[in-house]
Design a protein around this ligand. Sequence first.
Ligand code: NAD
Ligand code: TYD
Length: 352
Amino acid sequence: MKKLLVTGGAGFIGSNFIQYILDKQQDLVLLLDLDLLTYAGNLENLEPVKDDPRYRFVKGDIRDKTLVEKLFAEYDFDTVVHFAAESHVDRSILEPEVFLTTNIIGTQTLLDAAKRHWNLDPDNKHSREYRPGVRYLQVSTDEVYGALGKTGMFTETTPLAPNSPYSASKTGADLIVRAYHQTYGLPVNITRCSNNYGPYQFPEKLIPLMIHNARQDKPLPVYGDGMQIRDWLHVKDHCSAIATVLEKGKTGEVYNIGGNNEKANIEIVRLILEALGKPESLITYVQDRPGHDRRYAIDNTKITTELGWAPAYTFEEGIKETIRWYLDHPGWVERVTSGAYQRYYQEMYQQQ
Ligand code: NAD
Ligand code: TYD
């Protein structure tokens, strides 16, 4: 991997990944970040790398075919890591359309450009020969598998059964990635990770939202009974897993990523309150999310045994460090929650 296109690198996981890979991958000569800078994209997340001579930023839309083509022609990428997406379930319930265009059409636009630039005989529909060393990695989610009952875990062969407009759009994207591999032989991987936590996460998601509200003594809105279960992984462990798949993943394979760390939402909320020394009276049970998935849990056997990946963080140290990060960066939180965020928060939680 010498010339890497990262999409959505100004978002939560993308910005952590860019910092991680520039640090670890010394033979990288170019990393181009293509990001539309939606409400979720923030260039401040990339301050630590902005002066790295290997790093470039382009503000643009993954759905813009002309731009994507131009970037491939100009920079001659050999690797794509595709993070850019509309990523929030609650927003997908309010406004599904943009999830379909960004998450599905945006993915297809990137796949098409990769196929055209990497295939050795791009005008021949039967050609399955590609330049050596090229790879397209689709960053997907465990939510494509739907919801679990009290027992069981998602494996890579669990049937896809998404329940929200967000997860349905991510599933659509996964299926088009699979089709480009099956039909055209494009060298792809799909990774499906569980819920991430860590620095730079937009405070619409559970952990940063609860820290943000608790700090200001505002109500902590817990959906339904708060007993929904998510399988939490530190974002840096997600980044190391993606790097492992880029290095050792078998072409065409799907890899689940998770750290065996299931927690009920209410446990997380209580832990945050305790860490901040705030009272449990801030917890406010609100109406449940429509179609709310009850439980997610990742079986990580394939990536741990076949590729030798393992998470480095325990949840206890990771969450402590994460809470500290948000407390130490009040300016970051304030800037990303000004303006449009205020309107979103009102619309989202006004009827509760
Ligand atoms: P995020 O919402 O924080 O960031 C998304 C980024 O994509 C933003 O910088 C945004 O500006 C950019 N973007 C959105 N639409 C774009 C477009 N049309 N063109 C170019 N850029 C665009 O998301 P995240 O939490 O960092 O998630 C990144 C990826 O990881 C997503 O594909 C998501 O589905 C997946 N994922 C997330 C989690 C999680 O817990 N957050 C878990 C598993 C998988
Ligand atoms: P979220 O961070 O939105 O991630 P996802 O829906 O992709 O898993 O939510 C994590 C869990 O927290 C989910 O079960 C919904 C719940 N939740 C609340 O109870 N209250 C909130 O205000 C938010 C944002 C989430």
